[in-house]
Design a protein around this ligand. Structure first.
Ligand code: NAD
Length: 510
């Protein structure tokens, strides 16, 4: 039994001397944590070929067999929760508890996907309809084969697991390219899967079911070209366009989860303390590096000053740092610091005011909380994804104006509404994929809810029923049960269509 894992997937140890490598860094200190292979197109192709050989075995296990294996993995992830959190914390700089929360949420999704795959994807009868009454109709959802997953660094466990867990539960094998900032997390996840699944009979290796390739954008592009059956991409809108262009060469389908500019709307009857807590945590946690983080607040005039006071009081108490118990850590990707500064400057130069912090809050690698108010809607602080611990609070006449402004963004990922009377009604008017009413980002912790966006935030869904179906091909089967008059033959008598037309007029023409 030969394992390409040693040659291709593992970092440093067992590596070919010629293998080009790149470093993973601790963003708090800039220290090198480890080196990982920069996988070439040929190596990526070999990994995908190996995944394809394992796909048959994995699919043949059936829903129950896969649920057993995924359950073993879930238990191992639970037992090693702190070890995984430490790997996440080192590569992203985020505090240990935030890293633990990611792992916990991922476990919940893994459990849901494995438990519900049979109900959602198993064969079911469909109504054949009056015209085809002599047929039995069934639909089922076989796996696509091999899924390529391209992941970001900001939630390096939770985000890719939204594709990996659901793709595996549906019967696919997976090749994952984690972000070049978090290769250690991806490698750890694949190693833990192989360990949990254990020995497999025959010439299939358990570690071929879920493999990792490492590298930067070139390796990601190679995965798109390697003959996978679908690419599940999570990252920036600009990269999504490149991924789609590459996938277009081979008509490889893509699932696209991109950034956002999520709004939080506050009505006059809202619990303002809850709303303020949600604004500060939603905007600042993980240093604001959350695709569904709160970046804009629209609050009705009547309570605007009160909300701002409460937001300011809370935000002023939050101080980032590199300790395991800091409220949030550094900006993981140094190039983001310039974007954050640029947006603060733009907001202030156009008449916005800094209620907490300001340009001096950016002190690499950390950014202190920044609360901006009354910022013109065409400022980049309002129009572009910030990915930093800053938030814009703008006042509006009423909730309808808040909806209008929230919907004016080219992004449409998530949103929050704080209101007593109109919360649900307003949630339904927002142009986005997910809304939390009187909460923030709550939808992400509910595995049965689909997750994804519209516009520049992407398309397709992870999580829930839709997330399982995303990695399958709907298979429709019609089966003749008994002979009757057949229209779909050159042998049909001339009267058949006339009779059929009369029948249809009687039924549908009224
Ligand atoms: P990114 O776009 O820079 O990279 C994402 C992944 O794509 C990485 O693995 C990267 O190596 C790979 N990649 C880069 N160039 C490529 C190419 N030409 N072909 C193929 N792959 C390529 O994003 P990032 O900086 O890692 O992540 C931050 C972004 O992700 C933010 O915009 C954030 O909002 C978004 N995000 C979205 C969600 C969501 O679910 N919608 C979740 C987390 C993060």
């Amino acid at each position: 039994m030969t394992s390409t894992r040693d040659a291709v997937s593992a970092p440093a140890a067992g590596q070919d001397a010629q293998q080009d490598t790149f470093d993973s860094l601790d963003p708090r200190t800039g220290e090198v944590i480890a080196s990982y292979p920069r996988h070439t197109p040929e190596q990526v192709e070999a990994v995908v070929a190996r995944a394809r050989r394992a796909a048959r075995w994995w699919n043949d296990l059936g829903f129950d067999g896969r649920a057993t294996k995924l359950g073993a993995w879930r238990r191992l992830l639970d037992a090693r929760r702190d070890e995984l959190a430490a790997v996440v914390s080192r590569e992203t700089g985020k505090p240990m508890d935030d890293a633990r929360i990611e792992g916990i949420l991922a476990l919940d999704h893994l459990h849901w996907a494995a438990k519900h795959a049979r109900r959602v994807l198993g064969p079911r009868n469909a109504a054949a309809g009056l015209l085809m009454i002599n047929h039995k109709a069934t639909v089922e959802y076989p796996p696509m084969g091999v899924i390529g997953v391209l992941g970001p660094w900001n939630y390096p466990v939770f985000t890719p697991m939204g594709s990996i867990a659901y793709a595996l539960a549906a019967g696919n094998t997976v090749v994952f390219k984690p972000s070049e900032l978090t290769p250690g997390v991806g490698t750890w996840l694949a190693d833990s899967f192989a360990e949990a699944v254990g020995d497999v009979p025959g010439d299939i290796n358990a570690d071929a079911v879920f493999q990792v390739v490492t590298g930067e954008g070139e390796t990601g592009g190679a995965l798109c070209r390697a003959g996978v059956d679908k690419v599940a991409f999570t990252g920036s809108t600009a990269t999504a366009k490149k991924v789609m262009a590459t996938c277009a060469e081979s008509l490889t389908p893509v699932l696209v989860e991109c950034g956002g500019k999520d709004a939080l709307l506050v009505d006059a009857d809202a619990d303002l303390d809850d709303a303020a807590a949600a604004v500060v945590w939603g905007a600042m946690s993980n240093a604001g590096q959350t695709c569904v983080g709160v970046e804009r607040v629209y609050v009705v005039d009547a309570v605007a000053e009160d909300l701002l006071d409460r937001v300011a009081a809370r935000a002023a108490q939050v101080r980032p740092g590199g300790r395991p118990d800091s409220p949030y850590g550094p900006i993981t990707m140094p190039s983001q610091l310039g974007i954050i500064s640029g947006q603060i400057d733009d907001a202030l130069s156009r008449g916005g005011r800094a209620v907490v912090g300001g340009p001096g809050s950016v002190r690499a690698p950390y950014v202190d909380p920044v609360v901006l108010a009354d910022v013109p809607e065409d400022s980049s602080a309002v129009t572009d994804e910030t990915f930093g611990p800053t938030v814009v609070v703008n006042r509006v006449r009423d909730l309808d104006e808040a909806v209008e402004r929230a919907n004016a963004s080219r992004y449409g990922l998530g949103a929050s509404v704080f209101a007593k009377a109109r919360g649900h009604e307003v949630a339904r008017k927002l142009r986005c994929g997910m809304v939390s009413v009187n909460g923030v980002i709550a939808f992400a912790g509910i595995p049965s809810l689909p997750f994804g966006g519209v516009g520049d935030s992407g398309f397709g869904r992870i999580h829930g029923v839709d997330g399982l179906r995303e990695f399958t091909r709907p298979l429709a089967i019609s089966e003749r049960r008994f002979r009757s008059v057949n229209v779909m033959t050159f042998d049909r008598p001339n009267w058949v269509v006339k009779v059929l037309a009369k029948l249809v007029s009687v039924i549908y023409g009224r």
